[in-house]
Ligand binder design. Structure first.
Ligand code: ADP
Length: 354
């Protein structure tokens, strides 16, 4: 059975370092929830507070509605998968998976039944008697998942479990972990610094920076509607312009007037405008009837990447934009005069902090 998890104003200090700085969030039973952020932002510490390997300095950690601050890891019924996997290399797949069940003193028949059923889930039934050092990276990953799941945890914590794999295998395993999540309907909490990975797997993502949560939302929300400058720049790439909001849905960027939508309280204020490169249309002519903003620019440079091309575009001497165009239709060359167009709903206007 999957449990909910709640953090209430949680702080974790190590000497003078505040690793987790007043973090609060709620994870629904059965949710796939990711903690995403750069190295050192406090993701693993947050996960260790949930799994019971750390105690909060202040605040409360709740699992299944109960405060568990001083309940040790082995009494929380929380499974853990580490990047290092921590498998016993000379033991068989079956023995690795059975390890936790033996500690629980289950009968041999019960252990066999549970090991078989979990091997079916990770599709490794024929590998039960193989040693770990005779398996591929992806197969080891599945054993580590099976070993964590076989104890039937109410919550499964995964700390960068795919970090050591090459890109192709990582993408395969993302699909695999998602499949296992959907099948078990367990609560999964996943730590990663890779935004693509978090986007591909999660129901919701908490974006962390400097020990704090910057934004929590669905992959689409954090990608398309970032709430802070940090989220705009960390989740996918963004053109980040600085400007000022004026009355009548106008924003001025370096003396250049554009259309924009923003809440009333930002009127007259300095702001950031975040536009994803793929939301900007590059064309030889105006698209005034289709787009809210359509302005003249010049291709300064481009990077051809096969499936798409990234264009660096100057708008007079006012500002620069980067636009991503699929490899379909017209390709543009360096020095060419073009028009860039976008819609106001694709340009997110953010308050300037501090
Ligand atoms: P992340 O998982 O996002 O890379 P961590 O949670 O591992 O970040 O670390 C957050 C901060 O806390 C870092 O500055 C790190 O150096 C510090 N930290 C983590 N664990 C310890 C520890 N056991 N002792 C001292 N400092 C720690």
């Amino acid at each position: 059975m999957s449990y909910d998890v709640e953090l209430l104003n949680v702080v974790k200090k190590y000497g003078n370092t505040t690793a987790v700085d007043n973090v609060s969030f709620y994870i629904k039973p059965g949710e796939f929830f990711s903690l995403l952020g750069p190295s050192g932002c406090g993701k693993s510490t947050t996960l260790r507070l949930i799994s019971g390997f750390e105690e909060p300095t202040y605040g409360d950690v709740k699992i299944g509605g109960h405060i568990v601050n001083d309940v040790p890891a082995y009494k929380r019924n929380v499974g853990m998968v580490f990047q290092s996997l921590a498998l016993f290399p000379h033991l068989t797949v079956g023995a690795n998976i059975a390890f936790g069940l033996k500690l629980k003193k289950l009968t041999k028949d019960e252990i066999d039944r549970r090991v078989d059923s979990i091997l079916d889930l990770v599709e490794l039934r024929d590998y039960r008697n193989r040693k770990i050092n005779e398996l591929s990276g992806g197969q080891r990953q599945r054993v580590a998942l099976a070993r964590a799941l076989v104890i039937e945890p109410s919550v499964l914590c995964l700390d960068e479990p795919l970090g050591a794999l090459d890109l192709k295998l990582r993408i395969q395993m993302q699909t695999e972990i998602k499949r296992i999540h959907d099948k078990t309907n367990n609560t999964f909490i996943y730590v990663t610094h890779d935004q693509g990975e978090a986007m591909a797997m999660s129901d919701r993502i908490a974006v962390m920076n400097n020990g704090k949560i910057e934004q929590i939302g669905t992959p689409k929300e954090v990608y398309e509607r970032p709430k802070t400058k940090f989220v705009a720049q960390f989740v996918g790439e963004s053109n980040l312009l600085t400007g000022k909001c004026l009355e009548g849905n106008k924003v001025v960027v370096n003396g250049f007037e554009l259309k924009g939508i923003f809440p009333n309280e930002l009127c007259g204020k300095e702001i950031y405008i975040s536009i994803k490169p793929e939301k900007i249309m590059v064309a030889k002519s105006h698209y005034v009837r289709k787009f809210d903003n359509s302005i003249e620019g010049k291709i300064e440079d481009f990077i051809y990447r096969g499936d798409d091309t990234i264009y660096k575009i100057s708008i007079g001497d006012k500002f620069e934009l980067s636009a991503r165009a699929q490899s379909i239709g017209t390709q543009f060359s360096k020095g060419e005069n073009i028009f860039v167009s976008w819609n106001v709903e694709d340009a997110v206007i953010l308050p300037m902090q501090g």
